[in-house]
Design a protein around this ligand. Sequence first.
Ligand code: FEO
Length: 171
Amino acid sequence: MVSKELETAINKQINAEFWSAYLYLSMSAHFANKGLPGFANWFNVQFREEQDHALKLMNYLISKGNRVELTPIEKVDTEWKSILHAFEDTLEHEKVVTSLINNLVSISRKENDYATENMLQWFVSEQVEEEETAQGMVDSLKLIGDNGFGLYTMDKELAQRSYTPLATAQA
Ligand code: FEO
């Protein structure tokens, strides 16, 4: 079993991952409404990946004989002033998630809980990728500016992103 402190902290992280999923689903709906199916698809894949993150943590707690406690998911924004604003929000949000993961690693280290620390290393690497991807999108959008053809082309490209289920998120 993991300690009570870690159990509580991982349950909070499960909520944070579901909140992330909800945020990206809201962004996906927003862009679908705006007639940007590629951006909507990109955020829909992001939504599904975040659910996998939550499920991976849930499966870990269950495998250790701990309790999973699902708590209410806070409201998310439903409108963004521009595509760039949505990706800037994404980047800022992923930085917050990174700090939450780092905090979980600190607790597991303090407790000499090597199994949990090892499980969390996947999230540490994932967060490097998440921030890098969001930063790349912000950079591209800044370059494109309000060039309609650039945004049209980017929307077409993002329509190609596909979802790959995470094996450790499967029951
Ligand atoms: Fe689950 Fe985007 O971090």
